[in-house]
Write a new protein. Structure first.
Length: 260
């Protein structure tokens, strides 16, 4: 396989499904060597098989990226098995069922803490260990995944999810400013309505109801695909975006055109 990322090494978290799986595939199709991680080994194995069937040089490693040792081990395994780390896509993020919806006075502390850990702690730990390697080995590029809920009122996701994703935006900008002079670019995408693994917990009826509630906001009235989100990640990490850092790219069908 050849392309823009020939022989580059890419780490993708939450690579077993949704935007993460689409991102792993997009980089692989462009010639990258890919380390795909996920907490769900069955899903990860399926992605691994699919990409190897395409001829890609890809590995899978189980990791809970809310645990520091898992993240440290994941970066080390990427370097040891694939020969370095040039690019990272930190895709992890979800809301606990007990932290979703607008009425947070009814929600549990456990739901809040679980959601903040998955949305924000995971990005801190991911960038901490990715950047530690990159600044000693010529730099690199990182793309985090935030959400429109990080800067808009999206009641369906809940306060914990919105707060965590707002934190991802600030962490992205902070890292971009801190490490620019050491060759590391850091950006993030903000997906609009995209069907991902989080919808798997819902019945088809509840999932459709949620989409219908939110579909009033975008200008383009259709659901986005994980591949469309992955395309944004790939571009931000490419040389074509070499002067872009600290940027939040909404891929949202025009939702944010309404104003922030």
């Amino acid at each position: 396989m050849g392309g823009r990322f020939q022989d580059k090494v890419v780490l993708v978290t939450a690579g077993g499904a949704g935007i993460g799986a689409a991102t792993a595939e997009a980089f692989a199709r462009e010639g990258a060597k890919v380390m795909c991680s996920d907490i769900n080994e069955e899903r990860g194995a399926a992605v691994l098989k699919k990409l190897r069937d395409l001829g890609a040089d890809v590995r899978f490693r189980h990791a809970d990226v809310t645990r520091e040792q898992d993240m440290a081990d994941l970066v080390k395994a990427t370097v040891d098995e694939l020969g370095g780390l040039d690019i990272a896509a930190n895709v992890v993020g979800d809301a606990h069922p007990d932290a979703a919806g607008p009425e947070f006075h009814k929600q549990s502390l456990e739901g809040w803490e679980w959601t903040i850990a998955l949305t924000l702690r995971s990005v801190f730990l991911s960038m901490k260990h990715e950047i530690a390697y990159m600044i000693e080995h010529g730099g690199g590029s990182i793309c985090n995944v935030t959400s429109l809920a990080g800067f808009l009122y999206v009641p369906q996701g809940g306060m914990a999810y919105g707060a965590g994703k707002a934190g991802v935006i600030r962490a992205t900008k902070f890292a971009a400013m801190t490490y620019a002079d050491r060759g590391v670019r850091v950006n993030c995408i903000a997906p609009g309505i995209t069907i991902t693994a989080s919808y798997d917990r819902m019945t088809p009826e509840d999932g459709q109801r949620l989409v219908d509630e939110m579909m009033v906001f975008p200008a383009i009235k259709r659901v986005l695909t994980p591949a469309e989100q992955a395309a944004g990640i790939v571009w931000l990490c490419s040389e074509e975006a070499s002067m872009i850092t600290g940027h939040v790219l909404p891929i949202d069908g025009g939702w944010t055109a309404r104003g922030q």
